[in-house]
Design a protein around this ligand. Sequence first.
Ligand code: NAP
Length: 330
Amino acid sequence: MPAVYITGANGFIAQHIIKILLEKGYTVIGTIRSKEKGEKLSKIINNPNFQYEIVPELNAPDAFHESLKKHQDIEYIVHSASPVTYTVNDPELDIIIPALKGTENILNGTLLLPKLKKFILTSSDSAIYSNIDERNNKFTFDESSWNNVAYEEGKKDPVGGYYVSKALGEKKAWKFLETHQNAFQLTTVCPSYVFGNQAFKVDPKNLNFSNSYVGDLLTAKNDQFENEIGGFIDVVDVAKAHVFAIENDSVIGKRLFLNNGKFSVQMILDIINKNFPQLNLIKGNVGSGQKDVEVLANVNNEFTKKLLPWQFTSLETSVINTVQQILDSK
Ligand code: NAP
């Protein structure tokens, strides 16, 4: 089976992509930042068709070149690695530069691969709207929308920095194709907040950024939680979309906007309390979720839904899967 090179292999979304690819018989080469992390991941994945390459830092010069040169048979690249956090000291140094330089590095690396067919980029809904416009219900966004937050604005705070990193990163990939028209076929995947269980094994103390909104509720002591709002999508739907893009030419040149509705953390809390009453968690402002999300912009991703031949997972199922796995790990 063909070889797929995936960056940030230990990431929440990447592990799900790897799991599906290995189940289908692909050979997978995943990049990871250290030998220690690589050995840990290989042990968890436990499949001879998976191997890792160490790429410690996305923005090191030609970060991916050495590892790509070793795998001349690569036919597909999934670029998923990017800083996903709002807790940094310097948004430009810690989020924007690694994201943009990393994307530039992997794009330049594609020129080393004679058999490369497709490049699938994990972008974000943050590339589609700004964090301000996302909370303006007068707006509607679809696959043709772009967040136009200026680089200088993104330097000012981590949230803006993340949004800038995703929009400019994705634009780099589309731009690269203008100058290197035959380098590969491109599909970008733009998910909203991603929830769901971990692909192989969960470490409840180190949940990825989006799932920490779920995990934190399990230990919250009072009703003072951050009631974040946004769009959501299940991690398996995100992983399936990447693999679909590898296998189906119908999504070449497309942006896939993965969103299955709106959430507030209060909604997540209500779902946990309904399905796991034995946990006796805090209650918050029960039933106020629909009101919480009224402020959010409208999403029209009918184009994406028509292209992908399956129904997206509900928030309830996604949250149940996340919580159940955490409970099972104890
Ligand atoms: P994750 O679990 O935090 O994984 C991110 C991966 O990127 C990890 O492998 C991480 O390595 C690597 N990475 C980060 N900064 C790096 C750097 N400077 N140098 C080298 N590697 C670096 O995040 P995720 O949720 O799976 O996200 C994966 C992709 O999906 C990202 O591109 C993100 O923007 C996008 N996305 C995520 C969500 C969401 O809600 N989770 C929503 C929309 C889009 P270490 O773990 O070793 O640091």
